[in-house]
Design a protein. Structure first.
Lengths: 109, 113
């Protein structure tokens, strides 16, 4: 099953863009990349997912490199409420999401 | 938000007692999952279901069993709870396999004393 690698922590100033990187060099051609976040001990919240093309929704943008070995989640105008652990995830052979340890994003005033 | 309800949300039980956690969905999704989350381990898959009466093991299935007699309900049972099963348990649902979003419930906090 494909695995992902993320930096353990990042800081971002409130109102600025937060760019969260993820490496998934072993991903196969038909595996989607998903991003979730978890605030405190709440259930993981879906943000966005993509296969090859860049994606954008009301929460964030997802930029996937052409070789699909890495991606970046962009929160365009981070707020204090975006402080959370962000997970870059691929789906395993059982259809499940394989979670790593994620990136702890701290948005500071 | 996806219609997922976990019960109980909090439970304290004694070692050796059976415990059942329930996940109920109103989305009619085919796939359902049980994860546990522990400090330093992220979320790990316990069991999953791909239809009524169709279940399979995840990476940390020892000590757990599941049942799915209806589309909307997925039960996780600890036959004889141990302290190592103290954890936060999350249920998740998905419409299909690849390409579909998986939605998570709010979690069930289980403490085994």
């Amino acid at each position: 099953d494909a695995k992902t690698t993320q930096p353990p922590s990042m800081d971002c100033a409130e109102g600025r863009a937060a760019n969260l990187p993820c490496n998934h060099s072993t991903i196969s051609g038909n595996e989607y990349v998903y991003w979730y976040r978890q605030i405190h001990s709440q259930g993981p919240q879906y943000i966005i997912h993509g296969l090859k093309n860049n994606e954008t929704n009301e929460m964030a943008s997802l930029i996937i490199t052409e070789d699909r070995k890495s991606s970046t989640l962009i929160l365009p105008h981070a707020t204090l409420r975006d402080t959370a652990v962000y997970y870059c995830i691929v789906r395993g052979s059982q259809g499940n999401l394989i979670f790593g340890k994620g990136t702890k994003l701290s948005v500071k005033p | 938000d996806a219609g997922i309800t976990q019960s109980p949300r909090h439970k304290v039980t004694e070692t050796g007692t059976p415990v059942t956690l329930r996940c109920h969905q109103t989305e009619n999704h085919r796939y359902m999952y049980w994860y546990r989350q522990d400090p330093g381990h992220g979320l790990r898959l316990i069991h999953y279901s791909y239809g009524v009466k169709d279940t399979d093991k995840g990476e940390v299935s020892d000590g757990y069993s599941v049942s799915r007699s209806k589309t909307e309900d997925f039960l996780l049972t600890l036959e004889s709870a141990t302290s190592s099963q103290t954890s936060v348990y999350f249920c998740a649902i998905s419409a299909r396999d690849s390409g579909n979003t998986i939605y998570f419930g709010e979690g069930s906090w289980l403490t085994v004393v």
